[in-house]
Design a protein. Sequence first.
Length: 341
Amino acid sequence: MKDRTNKITIYDIAQQLNLSASTVSRALQNNPLINMETREKVQQTATEMGYVPNWIASSLRKKRSNILGLIVPRTSMYFQSTAISGIQHEAHKYGFSIVIGQSDETVAMEKELVHTFYSLRVDGLLAVASMFTTNFDHFNPFIKNNIPLVFYDRVPTDFQGYTITGDDFKGGFLATEHLIKQGCKRIAHFSGLLSCNLYQQRLSGYKEALAQYNIPFDEQLVYIHDLTMDSATVAAQQLFDAQKMPDGMFAANDSSAVAFIREARNRNIAVPQQIKVVGYSNDLSSRIISPSLTTIEQSGYNMGQKAVETIVQLINHDETVKVTKNYVFPVELIKRESTAL
């Protein structure tokens, strides 16, 4: 058996079976010109010998790799994991494989991943921007070389290409309006960093709901942080230590809302009796926490499917279908115990 520095090739398989290299190549591709018995024999021998196809060389020959690159902040995020599931299933349907890169919410890693996927000659790139990305020039090699690029969820502001997003403005509005209709008049908001389109829109929806119901906007009730459990706990402590406690809380993700509820419980502040809480994303924690969390459903799985459908149409130059440039998914308010009396 050859070692990693001397990889098995189709010529080694051909020599082992006393076949031509072209016959082995066709058999490995399931070419119907090669009879089934030979195909099975070649494929079995290739497996036994540890043959690994050189897909980069193959993609150069075919001018297509049938591989899509995918950049996400963290695969552990509930929304991203459901979107990845939709992407994986939809990509398989179209005959594409997915290679996933995780930026860990750092711009440096995001840049490295973009460079890697470009070097690997993927057929297209799906991307969710890190929370800290404000300059998107590192994606230019894809744009300048007409390699399909689709952003979903977190997208560049004023991006001229293809995007798939949820209706975050509407989500912010629905969450805040629901709190108002439940009797809240002093509503706090935990926002993510405003360099990110999601949190800009959710904050704008929050402000619009206050304005429509004639409730003055108070910037001291808005806490901007990275929306981790730890930072949300600190923000909740600051909010509860303030002289006048709010009667409503809209958090821009569920983990922050959960952290807020836990801190309220630690201080014997009753949810929803004393303060009502709405989160965002409808992740698993929203159903496990007690009281269960009212939240906004984003449809991550469907968004992932739509992202793949869009990029495949761009790859195939499908002129029979009009590709929506900026597709916006509707959102839904899921009412649970954290806002019920």
